[in-house]
Design a protein around this ligand. Structure first.
Ligand code: SF4
Length: 330
């Protein structure tokens, strides 16, 4: 009998999320780390959640791995730190039917409260999604709000992660948006990087051939997140889009050095993605240990400018509550 190679069977994206690691002890075990490697895990309602393919990109035996540090619930999250709050950009309670108008000409649509991973620095880690989701009554409330704001030209699908929606639900939403005056739909998502299986044929078909342009902003903080499966997913995602961009957060112990940031930009470019924003941390309670000061951020951007072509240098920005756009820092 000829030796026939088994086809590579990947789990569906729903299965990848369902089987994600949720137990800190199991995560340490998978990484060959001793139980005390990162201290006792903090217990908060924003629990550990990390898909197994993301764990597989972490270095075994390395408690300082930059991917591990993005998801580990350090006990220090429970410390109250002055200046850090549950709603650092003051947006809770502002969404009407899931539509939040905080930027001129643009509106955020809170499409889903679910995420494929729990990023410990997330500024919406305590967002009350139940009360502020757009995904009710076939999106009618959000679409009605949009009709009252004819100056809105761009709708930004946010969350949670909007690609947590099934293709059918997302397709319904895009069809409703096609009947409005918007000219661009921007999707902010961590899915292509965290669970690349999410970029299936159905999704790619959904994003193409629309009356509006579709832009996807992925969220990657370190080059080690971008393995071959992610590169292939991003290559499949790119053709129907107007642009494929990345935003990162500047995080202590993850990417706060010029080598890491330069590698990230170069690896993104390999994958057909342009670095767009590098955010200073939003001062959300539980994330103080990630903060990098503004002066260090500026210095790092200056180093990147000296090393990279301009199109690979992200814009350093901060989100300031009440401002009509991000505030550029450097
Ligand atoms: S996937 Fe996005 S919304 Fe969800 S925890 Fe991570 S940064 Fe926050």
């Amino acid at each position: 009998m000829p030796d026939v190679a088994e086809p590579l069977v990947r789990p569906s994206w729903q299965e990848a999320v369902r089987t994600a690691v949720r137990d800190p002890a199991e995560l340490l075990q998978l990484l060959d780390l001793p139980a005390a490697a990162l201290g006792a895990a903090g217990s908060t309602p924003f629990t550990l959640l990390v898909p197994r393919s993301f764990v597989a990109r972490m270095r075994k035996g390395d408690a300082n791995d930059p991917l591990l540090r993005q998801v580990w619930p350090f006990a220090s999250e429970l410390d109250a730190v002055p200046g850090f709050s549950s709603d650092p950009v003051r947006e809770q309670g502002l969404a009407a039917h899931g539509l939040l108008q905080k930027y001129a000409g643009r509106a955020l649509l809170i499409a889903s409260g679910a995420c494929p991973i729990h990023c410990r620095y997330c500024f919406r880690r305590e967002f009350p999604y139940g009360a502020q989701l757009a995904a009710r009554a076939d999106w009618s409330g959000a679409i009605a709000e949009l009709a009252k704001a004819p100056d809105v030209r761009e709708v930004i699908l946010s969350g949670g992660d909007p690609l947590s929606l099934s293709n059918r639900r997302l397709g319904d939403l895009l069809a409703r948006l096609a009947d409005t005056a918007v000219t661009t739909v921007r999707i902010h998502t961590r899915f292509p990087v965290v669970v690349p299986e999410r970029i299936d044929d159905g999704l790619v078909r959904l994003l193409g051939g629309r009356r509006f342009r579709t832009v996807v902003v992925v969220h990657t903080n370190h080059a080690n997140e971008l393995d071959l499966a992610v590169e292939q997913a991003l290559a499949a995602l790119r053709p129907p889009l107007g642009a494929l961009l990345n935003q990162a957060v500047l995080l202590k112990g993850v990417n706060d050095d010029a080598d890491s940031l330069a590698s990230l930009s170069e690896r993104l470019f390999d994958c057909g993605v342009l670095p767009y924003y590098l955010h200073l941390l939003d001062r959300v309670a539980g994330a103080a240990h990630y903060e990098v000061d503004e002066a260090t951020g500026k210095k790092l951007i200056a180093e990147l400018r000296a090393r990279l072509p301009g199109y690979l240098v992200p814009r350093l920005v901060r989100e300031t509550a009440g401002q009509l756009s991000k505030t550029p820092i450097a």
